[in-house]
Ligand binder design. Structure first.
Ligand SMILES: Nc1ncnc2c1ncn2[C@@H]1O[C@H](COP(=O)(O)OP(=O)(O)OP(=O)(O)O)[C@@H](O)[C@H]1O
Length: 230
């Protein structure tokens, strides 16, 4: 379970409060107006933003003392955070070991993850030699190898066309099922939230609200969500 315990995040001219829990294995769409703090919230969970107050607990353990790399978290951004100078295989190796070293067993696991995400045989390419969709797949393959319990996605597929985006979302769900990960995915598209299934967290008016069942929330949206959806 992820517990945001009286969490307060602040930047100059910005504050966001969160006091909520997310059950283990839940799939949560994070939705809300631009600038509401969705990315800041994910970055705080990942360890890139230090809270002004409150705690972030995973299964009862306070993450405050853990640097980003040690947290039980994988995070994917829109640019897929692949290293441009490394081959796809090397990028994936970083999901297995922080120094990216590969032995025979690691090579085999990487090859399997590439096959699994439809990138078989492309391990020696660099990210620039892949399409946008293939880069997204490579980033997901690395998340699959990392197999961290929390998978955070910050609009990772916003630049893709609708068909490809739907395909990538299905792959996220496959990866989440395989690893048992709890998923938080920022999106501006209610269709993505429905496709992800499960819960939606509204971030608006300085508050990250407790997640609600997505179809029920969209069927009867509170005012802040109505205003956002237009
Ligand atoms: N490093 C920073 N320094 C100062 N202000 C920041 C910093 N990071 C974010 N902010 C501010 O915090 C607020 C929340 O930004 P954030 O990117 O989390 O919003 P968001 O909901 O993800 O928006 P979007 O949907 O546009 O990506 C914004 O007002 C932003 O300008």
């Amino acid at each position: 379970m992820l517990h945001l315990d009286h969490l307060l995040l602040t930047e100059p001219g910005f504050r966001l409060e969160a006091d909520l829990t997310i059950p283990t294995g839940a799939h949560v769409a994070v939705i809300g107006p631009s600038g509401a703090g969705k990315s800041t919230l994910l970055n705080a969970i990942a360890g890139f933003v230090v809270p002004a107050a409150g705690r972030i607990l995973w299964n009862g353990q306070d993450l405050a003392g853990q640097p980003a790399g040690a947290r039980p978290v994988s995070i994917l951004f829109q640019d897929q955070n692949l290293f441009p100078h490394l081959t796809v295989e090397r990028n994936l190796a970083l999901g297995l070991a922080p120094d990216g070293r590969m032995d025979g067993a690691a090579r085999a696991r990487i090859a399997a993850a590439l096959e699994r995400t439809g990138l078989g045989g492309l391990g020696q390419r660099r990210p620039a030699q892949l399409s946008g969709g293939q880069q997204g797949r490579a980033a997901l393959a690395r998340a699959l190898l990392r197999a961290r319990p929390l998978l955070l996605l910050d609009e990772p597929f916003a630049a893709l066309g609708p068909a490809l985006k739907a395909e990538m979302l299905d792959l996220v769900l496959d990866v989440a099922r395989e690893t048992g990960a709890t998923v938080l995915m920022v999106t501006h598209d209610p269709g993505d939230a429905l496709r992800l299934g499960g819960l939606t967290m509204l971030v608006a008016d300085g508050t990250a609200h407790s997640p609600c069942e997505t179809s029920a929330l969209l069927a009867d949206p509170p005012k802040a969500l109505r205003d956002y959806l237009g």
